[in-house]
Design a protein. Structure first.
Length: 354
């Protein structure tokens, strides 16, 4: 058939014809009105970074010198929980020469393994009162894999490959490591079951927290009304700039994706000090050159908890941006990859159920 024999019709008429064909087949065209990967036209206005900066959470210093962040109100007699900082400890791999030791809790290439083991004991002592409290960790792979730990030595020989871990057994801590990613702790007040999740942007897109609550319901009979959650320190929307491919991933999974992103003008101290270096032909001659696209992982995980059935008042956002506060937290981005690891821990006390 000659291409000239095909009548030319407008886009509107073409869509109407497609809709008619779909209706004849019992289908409906999807509501997408823009190409995938582009920010919605009604996305939020541009904003300055300072508008999203978080205040640091309240922390306390244990008798052994470790500074950690307890979850406010989680003073249940059966529960251990908390978030570490970088302050206190034995490591010197990530601090200036002559500075006090730090609490790196990850077996990183730059640090001494024995010092990390000592740091983990210090954190266990700070949270539980006993440095010998076992700790079950994971080999985190930015997934939505969730495992169940039935005993304290579950990962002694080889760390479990997952990004979420849960248990209904007492006597040990569950731990996830972070250095910008979002840690989420969940506890069942009625059935004394607990879980910890590591949610980077990939795990968040894969709904690890929402799936994790579902796994708790299946494994322990947990009901959303009985669950409480704490979202710990991580990189905030003020600092977490991403590419449009990340927006596309979120858009494919969440109807509210556009609400999680902001176009933010980052502060630039060099530009502020030497404005003449950044002159452009756009009036007034030194206008800002394009904002960065920032994503709010904390809000995204909070919404997943809500979608899983938790009440808004049962979810605490601890606060604290890891990139904004390198004095208090390790940040992979702030240190350009040369960073230690923090931990979020949760566990059931020995001989204290219910």
């Amino acid at each position: 058939m000659q291409s000239s024999s095909i009548p030319k019709i407008s886009d509107a008429h073409a869509l109407q014809a497609v809709d008619a064909r779909l209706r004849d087949s019992g289908l409906v065209r999807g509501p997408r009105v823009k190409p995938a990967g582009q920010v919605a036209a009604k996305s939020p206005d541009h904003a300055e970074k300072e508008n999203f900066t978080q205040s640091a959470p309240d922390s306390q210093i244990a008798a052994n010198g470790v500074r950690w962040v307890p979850v406010p109100g989680w003073d249940f007699p059966w529960l251990w929980s908390g978030f570490s900082t970088r302050v206190g400890g034995m490591s010197h791999a990530y601090c200036a020469e002559g500075a006090p030791g730090e609490l790196n809790l990850g077996f990183t290439a730059a640090d001494d393994r024995n010092l990390v083991v000592q740091n983990r004991r210090l954190l266990a002592e700070a949270v539980t009162g006993d440095s010998a409290t076992p700790m079950v960790t994971l080999r985190q792979v930015h997934s939505n894999l969730i495992v169940q730990a039935a005993r304290a030595d579950a990962a002694r020989q080889r760390p479990l490959k997952a990004d979420g871990i849960m248990t209904g057994k007492p006597g040990f801590l569950l731990a996830v490591q972070t250095a910008d990613c979002i840690p989420v702790l969940v506890a069942d007040r009625r059935r004394s079951a607990v879980a910890a999740f590591h949610a980077g942007w990939r795990g968040t897109v894969k709904r690890i927290v929402e799936l994790g609550v579902g796994r708790m319901r299946f494994a322990f009979g947990s009901r959303p009304d009985d669950l409480i959650a704490a979202i710990g320190p991580g990189i905030g929307a003020c600092c977490y700039s991403v590419g449009h491919e990340v927006f596309s991933e979120f858009e494919s999974q969440f109807t509210y994706a556009a609400e999680l992103f902001r176009e933010v003008y980052d502060a630039n101290p060099v530009r502020e000090k030497y404005p003449m270096l950044f002159l452009t032909q756009r009036p007034p001659g030194h206008s800002k050159i394009g904002p960065g696209l920032h994503v709010d992982l904390i809000e995204s995980n909070r919404r997943q908890l809500l979608a899983a059935g938790l009440k808004p008042e049962s979810i605490q956002v601890i606060g604290g941006c890891t990139q904004c506060r390198p004095d208090l937290f390790f940040s992979h981005r702030a240190s350009r990859g040369h960073a230690g690891r923090m931990m979020a821990v949760i566990g059931i006390r020995k001989n204290s159920r219910g």
